[in-house]
Design a protein around this ligand. Structure first.
Ligand SMILES: Nc1ncnc2c1ncn2[C@@H]1O[C@H](COP(=O)(O)OP(=O)(O)OP(=O)(O)O)[C@@H](O)[C@H]1O
Ligand SMILES: [Mg+2]
Length: 298
C-alpha cells in the first residue's frame, strides 16, 4: 500500500472558498483528497463549475481572486508539508509546480514577444544573460516541436496559431523544470487532431523530464488514453478517484458512471440518442447495464 511519503503530492480534506456577500465564505471545493505519485499522470474531470480549476489553482498556490482562501487538512508536496491555510488571497506559488492555464491566448502577454516572455521567466529563475536565456528558450521551443525559433521568438502571441500558442505555453511552463505540471483544459480550444498532438506532447515531455502531470479536462476519452488516474469532481466534491483504465469497475458515484455513458461509441450507434447526465443519474444508474434505465423508460 502506498503512503504519503511515496507520493509527490498528497492532499487531504481540502476546502477552497471564494468571497460571498457580506464577507461570507462560499465553498467551491469541499473536502478534496487525492494523491499524485512521482511521474504519475492524473486528470481532474467534472462538469462546468464543479471546482476543477479552483482545486488546480489551490494546488499550484495561484489562487488570486480577492477574498479567496483555502484550508487543507494536509498538503504535502515533494516531502514538505505546506501551510495552505489562510494564505490566500496572496498567491503563494507551490515551489516545483508550473501551470498551463485554461486559455493560452489570455495567459500569454499579448504585447510582449515570445522571446521576451521566455527571457523574463528564465532570468527570474537564474542569473543568466539575455543572450543565454534566448538560446535556452530556443531549445525549449525545439523540444515542443517549434523549429523556426529565430522567427517565433520575435513574434507576439496573436501572430501564432492556437496550436503554436499552446506549445509555447507548454515550453514556458516546462522551462522551470517543474516536478508537477498542471494543465487546465490545454486542448479545449483546439480541434481534435491538434488536441491529440498537444496531449502526445504533454505526455512525452513529462515522461522525458520525469514530471508528474495534473490535467483538468472535460474529455473522458482523452482521460482513458493519456492518464493513469482520474479524480472526478461533482458540486465541489471529489466523488471518485479511479484508475483511468477501470473507471466503470471502480466508480462509486453515479455521476462518474453517467459521465462514461454520455460518450458516443460504436456500440451506441443504434440508440436514437445518448442518455444525458441528468437522465442517467436521476433514474439511478445500475452498474453493468448496457443502457441507462432513463433511456429505457423515456
Ligand atoms: N474568482 C471567483 N470568484 C468567485 N467565485 C468563483 C471564482 N472563480 C470560480 N468561482 C466559482 O467557483 C465554482 C467553481 O468554479 P471553477 O472555475 O473552479 O469550475 P470548473 O470546474 O473549472 O468549471 P469549467 O469546467 O467551466 O472551467 C463555480 O461556482 C464558480 O462560479
Ligand atoms: Mg475551469
Amino acid at each position: 500500500m502506498s503512503t504519503t511519503s511515496d507520493q509527490l503530492l498528497s492532499i487531504k480534506d481540502g476546502y477552497v472558498y471564494y468571497a460571498g456577500k457580506a464577507g461570507a465564505k462560499v465553498p467551491a471545493v469541499k473536502g478534496a483528497s487525492f494523491d499524485i505519485a512521482p511521474g504519475e499522470h492524473v486528470a481532474i474531470v467534472g462538469e462546468s463549475g464543479s471546482g476543477k480549476t479552483t482545486l488546480a489553482l489551490a494546488v499550484a498556490g495561484l489562487l488570486t481572486a480577492a477574498g479567496a482562501s483555502c484550508e487543507f487538512g494536509e498538503f504535502v508536496f515533494d516531502g514538505r508539508t505546506i501551510e495552505r491555510g489562510k494564505i490566500a488571497p496572496v498567491p503563494y506559488r507551490t515551489p516545483g509546480t508550473s501551470m498551463v492555464f485554461q486559455n493560452a491566448m489570455t495567459s500569454l502577454d499579448p504585447v510582449a514577444t515570445i522571446g521576451s516572455q521566455f527571457v523574463d521567466v528564465l532570468r527570474g529563475l537564474s542569473r543568466i544573460s539575455r543572450k543565454k536565456a534566448r538560446a535556452v528558450a530556443a531549445e525549449w521551443l525545439v523540444s515542443v516541436g517549434l523549429h523556426d525559433t529565430d522567427r517565433i521568438l520575435k513574434l507576439r502571441p496573436y501572430e501564432l496559431s492556437g496550436g503554436m500558442r499552446q506549445r509555447v505555453m507548454l515550453a514556458l511552463a516546462l522551462c522551470s523544470e517543474p516536478k508537477l505540471l498542471l494543465a487546465d483544459e490545454p486542448t479545449s480550444a483546439l480541434d481534435a487532431s491538434v488536441s491529440r498532438d498537444v496531449m502526445d506532447l504533454l505526455r512525452s515531455m513529462t515522461e522525458r523530464t520525469g514530471a508528474s502531470l495534473l490535467i483538468v479536462t472535460h474529455d473522458i476519452d482523452l482521460v482513458r488514453l493519456y492518464v493513469d488516474k482520474v479524480v472526478v469532481m461533482y458540486h465541489g466534491e471529489v466523488v471518485d478517484v479511479c484508475n483511468a483504465g477501470r473507471i466503470e469497475e471502480e466508480a462509486q458515484h453515479p455521476y462518474t458512471l453517467a459521465l462514461t455513458r454520455c460518450v458516443p461509441t460504436l456500440d451506441a450507434y443504434n440508440l436514437d440518442r445518448l442518455p444525458t447526465l441528468d437522465e442517467t443519474m436521476t433514474a439511478g444508474f445500475r452498474r453493468g447495464e448496457g443502457e441507462s434505465k432513463a433511456a429505457m423508460s423515456a
